[in-house]
Design a protein around this ligand. Structure first.
Ligand code: SF4
Length: 117
């Protein structure tokens, strides 16, 4: 079986073909560099994403933008979004503050990417 992936690690956007035998990768083609190979391997075996969101802040008319400090498993995106939306945030919030520690036990913190006074 073949899977087609577009590498998102640089503007070149190489089209990578990953050939699988069951759950095993047998060939990776189309990447221009090692980063693309690593990305394709990860994307096929256990895809991850950084999640970003904008959350309301009590006491402020300005919401705060947040993101996971590292990628989390792609299949947990919706659960993570739901967990983030439960955060009860109050101003002031400073850039880098941990908004949700260790979200869903992934070991990844959700942090503020801007300050709200
Ligand atoms: S494989 Fe390398 S050169 Fe191609 S898009 Fe990915 S990072 Fe860029």
């Amino acid at each position: 079986m073949e899977k087609q992936i577009v590498c998102i690690n640089c503007p070149l956007g190489c089209r990578i073909t990953v050939t699988m035998d069951g759950n095993e990768i047998t060939k990776i083609e189309g990447n221009t560099c090692k980063r693309g190979e690593n990305y394709a391997r990860q994307e096929v075996l256990s895809p991850v994403r950084v999640i970003t969101a904008v959350l309301p802040v009590e006491g402020s008319s300005v919401p705060v933008s947040v993101k996971t400090a590292a990628p989390v498993p792609k299949n947990k995106i919706f659960e993570c979004m739901s967990e983030m939306s439960k955060a009860n945030l109050k101003a002031p919030i400073h850039m880098g503050d941990v908004i949700v520690p260790n979200i869903l036990g992934t070991g990844v913190n959700v942090v503020a990417t801007k300050s709200v006074e």
